[in-house]
Design a protein around this ligand. Structure first.
Ligand SMILES: C=C(O[C@H]1C=CC=C(C(=O)O)[C@@H]1O)C(=O)O
Length: 420
């Protein structure tokens, strides 16, 4: 007789959200201890959390479904008191999901304590397992900057990666597909275990308009919102089409105008917007898909950007995590057509993306939440950080230009780990 292992019982959680003075949580990151920290911040608002009240790790093609089911059961069994009732209050989980069905590990975690702020409202949520003690106060040690950081090639060196880009262009020219996003990695090694709060604080300061995140070792500052659902409204910020900034404002404005007229970038952008609009459509009773993109200015690069909005009709049955699943991978990180592009990535990219370019964000007990795409990101493990950057390859992409673009996309995390 075979004994099947019994799945772990879903814990019964008790969550309490109470209002706090905004002045008390000014500079949220300054309240974040080193133990199991999570972060989701933009323009100084958002949430930081620490400790683990509950956590699930999933893998494979069912990773989103398994995590979503676990979360729904957890919420059903939980006792929640929410005195604030804002997006981000009550019982909350933070997640980071693998890009590919295989290999890769995904995680959804419920912190023991969350501090949040949105405009003039601030809150503290504490979560504990029923019949066990509420989370104790923890000491917040000062952030420790990484030292002695040295960089080395990741899976492929620059030359080899350019060869891979040339192979992809040949496949596109042969008519196999229209676009593929190819990524590369870079390794940074410090002389001691990295305190992830330091690069996270650096990113939040230097890229305030991006979503700065950290979940279970995956951190970054992403400009791309895969899906946000809030009280029946859904938004997705699609980015595709990039130009590097020069640091000279006048030249950058001229470059922005060039980007907005570049047929290569407009074509690449159109693919990405279509893939998002098509995936959202079955969930929406009405949608707004702007006809032309705007130029999003970031400190290191500029992007063509489109905000797609809609009114969802299935919020009661489909969570924001399941919406993220249906949008993933968009053409901004996979390609077009998606299945051919994803297969080509697995065939020629030459590295495991892990959780890079996968959905990262949070979900509440109603299934609302925000899921960004883990771009301009890295995974940290002890003294080592693995940085990622990818570029959309279309028929007239030049390998040298794509290598330079990938280097520009490494800048945020590279500067964050060297403290530059
Ligand atoms: C895949 C990345 O960027 C995507 C998002 C915006 C613009 C892109 C581009 O122009 O290639 C990429 O599709 C990355 O930053 O690693």
């Amino acid at each position: 007789m075979t004994n099947h292992p019994t799945p772990p019982a879903t814990p019964s959680l008790v969550a309490v959200t109470e209002a706090v003075e905004v002045a008390e949580v000014e500079a949220l990151l300054d309240h974040l201890p080193r133990t199991e920290p999570v972060t989701w911040l933009r323009n100084g608002e958002g949430m930081v959390g620490w400790g683990v009240a509950a956590r699930i790790r999933t893998t494979g093609p069912e990773r989103f479904r398994d995590a979503d089911k676990w979360w729904a059961e957890l919420c059903d069994q939980a006792q929640v008191r929410d005195d604030v009732d804002q997006p981000g209050t009550g019982l909350l989980a933070f997640g980071s999901f693998a890009f590919a069905d295989q290999p890769g590990d995904s995680v959804l975690t419920v912190p023991s304590v969350i501090l949040g702020r949105r405009g003039s409202v601030a809150w503290r949520t504490t979560v504990h397992v029923e019949d066990s003690p509420a989370p104790a106060a923890v000491e917040v040690e000062p952030r420790v900057e990484p030292t002695g950081v040295l960089f080395s090639d990741g899976a492929l060196d620059g030359e080899t990666w350019m060869g891979v880009v040339a192979d992809a262009v040949a496949r596109i020219d042969a008519g196999d597909l229209e676009k593929v996003v190819l990524a590369r990695d870079l390794i940074a090694t410090a002389d001691a275990e990295i305190d992830v709060r330091a690069p996270v604080a650096h990113l939040a300061t230097h890229y305030p308009t991006c979503w700065t995140f950290h979940v279970d070792g995956m951190f970054g500052a992403t400009p791309e919102m895969l899906v946000r659902r809030e009280r029946g409204l859904v938004t997705s910020r699609v980015l595709a089409g990039t130009i590097r900034r020069t640091g000279d404002d006048e030249r950058d404005l001229a470059l922005a105008a060039t980007l907005a007229r570049s047929s290569k970038d407009l074509e690449e952008h159109e693919y990405a917007v279509r893939s998002v609009a098509d995936a959202l459509e079955p969930h929406c009773s009405s949608m707004n898909v702007p006809e032309s993109p705007f130029v999003l200015h970031l400190p290191n690069v500029m992007h063509l950007a489109t905000d797609v909005n809609g009114v969802v009709h299935d919020a009661a049955t489909v969570s924001s995590l399941r919406l993220a699943e249906s949008l993933h991978p968009s053409a901004a990180v996979g390609g077009t057509p998606t299945p051919v592009a994803v297969a080509l990535i697995a065939e020629i990219e030459g590295m495991d993306r892990g959780r890079y370019a996968g959905p990262v964000g949070w979900i509440d007990a109603d299934g609302d939440g925000e899921w960004g795409i883990a771009l301009r990101s890295a995974s940290v493990d002890g003294a080592q950080v693995r940085l990622f950057a990818g570029c959309g390859i279309v028929g007239d992409s030049a390998p040298e230009a794509e290598l330079a673009e990938s280097q520009a996309k490494f800048v945020p995390v590279r500067d964050a780990v060297t403290g530059a």
